[in-house]
Design a binder for this molecule. Structure first.
Ligand SMILES: Nc1ncnc2c1ncn2[C@@H]1O[C@H](COP(=O)(O)OP(=O)(O)OP(=O)(O)O)[C@@H](O)[C@H]1O
Ligand SMILES: CC(=O)N[C@H]1[C@@H]2OC[C@@H](O2)[C@@H](O)[C@@H]1O[C@H](C)C(=O)O
Length: 406
């Protein structure tokens, strides 16, 4: 058994999700016990800076270095905090904070490779915590021609697959992503798994809430405001014309596409209709729901028996209800929408747990990507390993050069 901390802050930039888990086994015999899960919100000024960088605002190299240091320190502090009154961890898997993601073969890009930047250097986390740390999980997959995302699919396979059920595991974070899991008893089960980014999760909704409340709110609690409105279907159909939605997998995306500029266009488009704020939020919710369901209908070999949702969007009761309605329109059989909590895996800390598992696998040279999901040419070990030097905990202040210390 290995005790591992998983850390991630995703595209919602709402804070650092930390999970302390005990892991044993390898793949088919993988066992995970969640000892503690917590979200440590970013200080508002730090969140604002990260969101500005994600929205392509200019940043100097000095500012980038400072931001990386600040994020690494925040992640290290989260790792220390999650161990309070808990047994100590032996390993950290830190995803870091995505600030830029470029899928491969992006039109207009001079390179055919993808690129994905997560801030919060694992080297610093290792030295600040005194715990060996694995970070930078996406680059090895990208170097083999992959998207570098979604990476949770291989973890979903060994943690959430069922002997006889066809399942879709749908994360609804800032961005949505799905893993399709055929029954484990099926021949070639692992090779038959599919996965991709479905498009916006909460990113456009959160931006709209911040716009409507002049920043006093960051999200629509339980989807209550959206539930007061009515979706404008002609606008949903127009917004679904974005080429990303028609692209066959493998595919990934981020706030670069479904961020500030996309919402600005939505706010222009709604002027053609007399919509209330609730209607706008209901329409953006419907875009998330429709993008998920349309992708299942277009790219899955068959519709699932069950959809298990996770991520913060799984707490949006209006979104969950609309997803179940849309999924079952003109359907003979009823496809229930549950949360992963209902099958024993925390919907809130699933991504943090996933990066603990990916670090655990990296430590044993077990590959972490599914090539049919990311499009990489081969399975690769994901993440750079940062070993603690002589086991001493050092603070960032004491990382002075010898000349400075003399
Ligand atoms: N109670 C709630 N009601 C409605 N929405 C909620 C609730 N709790 C969280 N959310 C939504 O979930 C978002 C955070 O979700 P999550 O932490 O899964 O995102 P993330 O991991 O940063 O994104 P990604 O998975 O794309 O990296 C919030 O910004 C908010 O939009
Ligand atoms: C570059 C990046 O951070 N992508 C995220 C984003 O957030 C959701 C979706 O897009 C997913 O593909 C991915 O993260 C999860 C943890 C993944 O790699 O599976």
């Amino acid at each position: 058994m290995t005790r591992v901390i998983g850390l991630i802050s995703g595209t919602s930039v709402d804070g650092i999700d930390a999970a302390l888990v005990e892991i044993s086994g390898t793949e088919l015999d993988l066992k995970i016990e969640l000892l503690a899960g917590e979200t440590y919100p970013y200080p508002p000024a730090l969140r604002e800076k990260i969101l500005a960088v994600c929205a392509n605002s200019a940043i100097s190299m000095a500012e980038l270095a400072e931001l990386d240091d600040t994020i690494a320190q925040a992640f290290a502090q989260a790792a220390q905090n999650i161990q309070n009154n808990q047994p100590k961890a032996e390993l950290i898997g830190s995803h870091g904070q995505t600030v830029y993601h470029r899928p491969p073969n992006l039109p207009g890009s001079s390179s055919t490779l993808g690129y994905s930047l997560q801030l919060g250097r694992g080297e610093v986390i290792a030295q600040l915590t005194g715990i060996n740390t694995i970070s930078n999980f996406r680059v090895a997959d990208i170097a083999c021609g992959g998207q570098g995302a979604p990476l949770v699919s291989r973890v979903d396979a060994f943690v959430l697959s069922h002997p006889t059920e066809y399942r879709c595991i749908q994360n609804i974070g800032g961005i949505g992503n799905v893993t399709y899991l055929p029954p484990r008893n099926q021949e070639n089960w692992l090779q038959s798994i599919c996965g991709w980014d479905t498009g916006p999760g909460n990113s456009l909704l959160d931006l709209a809430i911040q716009y409507l409340t002049a920043g006093s709110k960051t999200y629509d609690n339980n989807g209550e405001w959206a539930a007061s409105g009515t979706p404008c279907i002609p606008l949903v159909e127009r917004w679904l014309q974005q080429p990303f939605f028609q692209e066959p997998p493998p595919k990934s995306t981020g706030r670069e596409l479904f961020g500030v500029d996309y919402l600005k266009q939505c706010l222009t488009d709604i002027k053609e209709y007399e919509l209330t704020s609730g209607d706008l939020l209901a329409t953006l919710t419907e875009l998330t729901v429709a993008s998920i369901v349309e992708s299942y209908r277009n790219f899955l070999p068959k519709m699932p028996d069950k959809v298990l949702i996770c991520g913060g969007g799984s707490r949006n009761l209006y979104l969950k209800k609309r997803l179940e309605i849309k999924l079952n329109l003109n359907s003979e059989t009823k496809i229930p929408v549950l949360t992963t909590d209902e099958v024993g895996l925390s919907a809130d800390y699933k991504e943090a747990i996933a990066f603990a598992v990916l670090a655990y696998w990296r430590n044993q040279q077990i590959p972490g990507n599914l090539t049919q999901v990311t499009g990489a040419q081969k399975e690769v070990n994901l993440g750079n390993i940062h070993l603690v030097t002589n086991g001493l905990r050092v603070s960032i202040e004491s990382c002075k050069s010898r000349s400075e210390q003399s």
